[in-house]
Ligand binder design. Sequence first.
Ligand SMILES: C[S@@+](CC[C@H](N)C(=O)[O-])C[C@H]1O[C@@H](n2cnc3c(N)ncnc32)[C@H](O)[C@@H]1O
Length: 363
Amino acid sequence: MKQVMLYCRSGFEKECAGEIQDKATQLEVFGFPRLKSNTGFVLFECYQDGDAEKLIRKIDFNSLIFSRQMFAVVAECQDLPKDDRISPLLADLSDDESMPKCGELRVETPDTNEAKELLKFCRKFTVPLRQAMRGKGLLLKSENPKKPVLHVCFVAPGHCFAGYSYTDNNSKFFMGIPRLKFPADAPSRSTLKLEEAFHVFIPREEWDTRLASGMWAVDLGACPGGWTYQLVKRSMFVHAIDNGMMADSLMETGQVKHHMEDGFKFEPARKNVTWLVCDMVEKPSRVAQLMGEWLIAGWAKEALFNLKLPMKGRYDEVLQDIENLKIFLIQNGVKFRMQAKHLYHDREEITVHVQVLSNISPH
Ligand SMILES: C[S@@+](CC[C@H](N)C(=O)[O-])C[C@H]1O[C@@H](n2cnc3c(N)ncnc32)[C@H](O)[C@@H]1O
C-alpha cells in the first residue's frame, strides 16, 4: 500500500499536492504527488510499502486545507470489463491483507464537470457492489459508522482506485461534500458557504450550545444578507455591517441591526457578541489581522471568515496568513482551536474558523 488518494476542488490540485507533500515530509514519509490539472484529485505516491496507512493515520485530516477527502489506496483497476466490473475489483481487494473490514461503501468520482455522467453510473453501481462486497466479507452485513469507510473512486469509465479511510480521520460526507439545499428565501447563494462552514467546523451535537438562539453575532461585509440569514434562522441577533442594502425580509424579522459603517472600524457597543463572521472582499492578511484583534480584545468567542486567495502563490499566502494569526493570538495569551478549509462552496477563497478556548487578557 503505497498511494494516498486526495480529493480537491478542480483547479486546486497544485495546492492539494503541496500540502500533502509538506505533511508527509514532516512525518518523514518520502514520496511524490501525481497530479493533472483540473482532475479534482491528487495521488501521493510513497516510496515505502505501508506508508499510505501511516499517512492516513498520522496526518490530521482536519489540518488539511485543500483536501476534501483522504484514503489509502489498496487497488487500482483499469479496463474493467463492462459485463463484469465487480469480480476483478473484489479479487484485487480481497487479495490484499492490508484491507480492513469496512462499515460503509462509497462509490465516488472526483468533483469535475466531466465526471457528472460517471456519478450516475456510480450511484447505480453501488447497490450490486455493496451486495457483492458483503458476500466476500469486505463489508459488514450492516452499516457501522465506527468501522473504516470503503471508497471506490472512478476517475474514468472502467478505471477506479479503491481503498479505505478511518472514520475518526476523514470527511464524513460522500465525495467530501456536504449536500445542502439552497433555501428559497435566502437573499444570496453565499448563504450556503456559512451553512457548510457550520457543518464542517462545528460538531452537530454542539450546535444547540454553540449556535444557540438568543446569541449575538456580528456580520462584517453582510450585504445582501446570505450569512446573516443563517444566523437569523438560528434565532440569533445580528449586527450587520456594510454600506450596501440588506434584504428587507431580514430587516423585518427585528433580529438585525444594520450599521452602514466600515467593517475595519466597527466596534460593538456592548461586548456580548459570541459570533464574528466576515465575508469582506479584502486582502487576506488584513482580514486575518482584524479577526485576531477582535479575538484578543475579547469582542467575540468564535470567528468564521473567508480569506480571499491571490492569483499567484495561493498556498503560500494562506499558510503565511494563518501562521501570522496563530502567532498573534499566542503572543497575546489566547488559547484557541483553529481550522481552515477550502469548502465546496468556496471558489477563490478559503474559510477559517477560530474558537477561543481561553483568553488571559481581554481588554
Ligand atoms: C461577498 S459580499 C458579502 C456577501 C454576504 N456574505 C452574503 O452572504 O450576502 C462582500 C461584501 O463586503 C462588503 N465590504 C467590503 N469591504 C467592506 C468594508 N471595509 N466594510 C464593510 N463592508 C465591506 C461589500 O459591500 C459587500 O457587500
